[in-house]
Write a protein that binds this ligand. Structure first.
Ligand SMILES: *Cc1c(COP(=O)(O)O)cnc(C)c1O
Length: 396
């Protein structure tokens, strides 16, 4: 395997020179907003645990109790791994999302690759936002459809590409609802109009939108009042719902097709009973206490405003994801390291996750943060940002 060794050594050197090495951390989780390492308590400003439900007592209790059904599921969903808990969660999610049916997958990643490859055929064309999540891109790569990428959220360019791309089969428009690394929202009304005009199937990935957007946290379509107009929504229980597992919410016809053909659904052992029970309990908390969504939005506003007052230029958005664009990958890593020695975990996001030259700290707010924690963290971020020359002078 000489060729492989040479290839890997070359790649390792290139990663090192570009400041793009990745490492697996060893955090000891404490609660929904803190981890510990070497006895230092560290504030998480980087997780997707938007409502802090990983550590909600009812969610943890549900997971503990469901272990009585087995630590693992013991089989694939269509064989021995299918159980009453999973069917119940599917019904509850369908009611929450306002769709006929839901099909669970083990992860959101598996939902995206499974759904896109199952629904597309040769001759189809997928129109895909340039900042879509890697799992949507991989789904397109696994399909036999042609992929046409439009500039991020640029509906004029999408309209032009729809008009000039010849299509024998079905058109699809695929987008994140909330973009994971920028925290902005897809221009859904315009996408719905274009989908109608071109008879395209619109697929929205709501991984970062559930629990975040809409009065009840039902996601992007609900936020725009367009629930009926989006035929397929992908979601995950791994973010605001504090557990794990992905899903596709759609018509019964589509869901039946997925159950029968989506390879990532069929050929993988189903999630554990505890995972499903935790997700069900988290969804029940969200449904009973929708005020958690407004509280999260309020905390996001507080944190954005504090950072802005310190000279960072930050776009307005009702989401809890706040990118501090640094540009250079090494600078982003340095910023993140300095914050960590100050007890704040804010991940540096670098290529290939984001385009070259847009390396950033991706900050995310959670309902588990207190206002005081957020304000104190903003102060430290501003101080370190100024020291590194990354925060502008205070705007007057
Ligand atoms: C996190 C994420 C996924 C993957 O979901 P997992 O359940 O973590 O596999 C899919 N799409 C988007 C937009 C995401 O941010």
């Amino acid at each position: 395997m000489k060729k492989l060794t040479e290839r890997m050594e070359k790649a390792a050197l290139a990663r090192k020179q570009a400041g793009l090495e990745r490492h697996r951390p060893d955090w000891r989780p404490i609660d929904a907003a803190h981890v510990q390492r070497d006895n230092q308590s560290i504030l998480l400003l980087a997780s997707n645990n938007y409502l802090g439900l990983t550590h909600h007592p009812a969610v943890q209790a549900a997971a503990r109790e469901a272990v009585s059904f087995g630590a693992g599921s013991g089989g694939a969903r269509l064989t021995t791994g299918g159980n009453h808990l999973a069917l119940a969660l599917e019904q509850e999610l369908a009611a929450f999302k306002g769709t006929e049916a839901v099909c669970l997958f083990n992860t959101g990643y598996m939902a995206n690759v499974g759904v896109i490859s199952a629904l597309t055929e040769k001759g189809d064309v997928v129109f895909s936002d340039s900042l879509n999540h890697a799992s949507l891109i991989d789904g397109c790569r696994m399909s036999h459809a042609q992929r046409v990428v439009y500039a991020h959220a640029n509906v004029d360019e999408l309209a032009r590409l729809l008009a000039e791309t010849p299509v024998d089969g079905q058109r699809f428009i695929i987008t994140d609802g909330v973009f994971s690394m920028d925290g902005d929202i897809a221009p859904l009304p315009e996408l719905v109009a274009l989908a109608e005009q071109y008879d395209a199937c619109l697929l929205v990935d709501d991984a970062h939108a559930v629990g975040v957007l809409g009065a009840t946290g039902a996601g992007t379509a609900s936020y725009f009042g367009l629930t009926e107009a989006v035929p397929i929504t992908i979601g995950t229980m791994s973010k605001a719902l504090g557990s794990e597992g992905g899903y596709a919410a759609a018509s019964q016809l589509i869901v039946d097709h997925l159950v029968n053909t989506a390879r990532s659904f069929i050929f993988s052992t189903a999630f554990s009973p505890a995972t499903v029970a935790a997700a069900r309990a988290a969804l029940a908390v969200l449904r009973a206490e929708p005020e958690r969504v407004a509280d999260l939005r309020q905390k996001g506003r507080l944190f954005r405003n504090a950072l802005r007052a310190g000279g960072f230029s930050i776009d307005d958005s009702p989401t809890p994801i706040i990118p501090l664009i640094v540009g250079d990958a090494e600078q982003a890593t340095r910023f993140s390291q300095e914050l960590l020695s100050d007890g704040i975990l804010a991940s540096a996001i670098r290529p290939p996750t984001v385009p070259v030259g847009t390396s950033r700290l991706r900050l995310s707010v959670s309902g588990a943060h207190t206002d005081q924690e957020l304000l104190a963290a903003a102060e430290r971020i501003i101080a370190i940002g100024r020291r590194l020359g990354l925060a502008g002078r205070k705007n007057k």
